[in-house]
Design a binder for this molecule. Structure first.
Ligand code: BJW
Ligand code: ZN
Length: 246
């Protein structure tokens, strides 16, 4: 695959790279995406599971889904896409990850500056008093409850819920300061996260999309790479490395 020389030139003068990532970057680690060909939501509608009312009316079902995904995530390893983004830290002044994923794979790959817009599957809290329960939960007597009697839920962001303010603000600032803004493995349909693409564009960032298919934001980007993130990202970094030694 050839990487456009004009993109390499832009990267050479870039100070801040931002990677806005979604479920697609973890697909090659064996973690199913939400939508699309291999999406986990082909049978169940997202609204049926990823919302607070669904949890309160059927906490067993929602926890079963999260425990199933947690098991897959724990068995998964960061792939070449995550690892290449982490390696970029050796070549650029600033590399920031703004992820919609809850799977920790960027952190496990070695990335340092990460904003998690939709929470983290390793944390849980009480729906009533908000106390955190981050240790392994015991499901032997059903859905675990807090000492106050409230149900314990995963610390993830469901539909109709606000994103964690510090994480979203950090993502917005990163998008506003980005020289090159990569959009990797996301359908870019869930807001306000997807709005960061336009924040970056309006602030003058170069937009680079990496996805196996066209998305809602494809027409807004400067460069589109159609293919797997675990192949395209290493190709971009290799092309960049060759250009700085030659
Ligand atoms: C590859 C690849 C490879 C595959 N390489 N690529 C109307 C009604 C109700 C609400 C709304 C409405 N209109 C708008 C809203 C707001 C709503 C929203 O955006 N809805 C739209 C879907 C319509 N947003 C919200 O509700 C948000 N909160 C909010 O707005 O607060 C304000 C508010 C407060 C109170 C009242 C009202 C408003 C919250 C959104 C939370 C989203 N949560 C989830 C679950 C998180 C926890 C969990 O993981 O379980 O976040 S939903 C799910 O979607 C998850 C993801 O982070 C998110 C985005 O998905 P993502 O990552 O893009 O994955 P996919 O599967 O969609 O795409 C994968 C892509 O990868 C595909 O394009 C593939 O092609 C590609 N791919 N393999 C490269 N190898
Ligand atoms: Zn409680």
């Amino acid at each position: 695959m050839t990487i456009d020389q004009s993109l390499i030139e832009k990267l050479k003068s870039a100070r801040s790279l931002v990677f806005f990532t979604g479920a697609g970057i973890s697909a090659e680690s064996g973690i199913p995406t939400f939508r699309g060909k291999d999406g986990i939501w082909k049978k169940l509608k997202p609204e049926e599971l990823a919302n607070f009312d669904a949890f309160m009316s059927n906490p067993d079902m929602v926890w079963e889904w999260y425990n199933h995904r947690k098991k897959i995530i724990h068995e998964a390893q960061p792939n070449k896409g995550h690892l290449t983004i982490a390696e970029m830290q050796n070549y650029f002044d600033e590399v920031i990850i703004v992820t919609q994923n809850i799977d920790n794979l960027h952190r496990r790959a070695g990335s340092k500056n990460i904003f998690e817009l939709h929470g983290n599957i390793e944390r849980n809290f009480c729906v009533n008093c908000k106390k955190f329960y981050n240790e392994e939960l015991d499901f032997s007597e059903g859905v675990p409850k807090c000492e106050c009697g409230g149900l314990i839920r995963p610390d993830v962001v469901w539909f109709g819920e606000y994103l964690p303010e510090d994480q979203f603000k950090g993502g917005e600032k990163a998008a506003g300061n980005a020289d090159v803004f990569f959009i990797v493995g996301t359908s870019a349909i869930v807001y306000p996260a997807a709005g960061l693409v336009f924040t970056a564009k309006q602030s003058g960032a170069l937009l680079v999309e990496i996805n196996v298919v066209e998305t809602e934001i494809s027409s807004a980007v400067d460069y589109s790479f159609f293919g797997e993130a675990g192949t395209i990202l290493p190709n971009i970094l290799e092309a960049y490395k060759s250009s700085i030694v030659s």
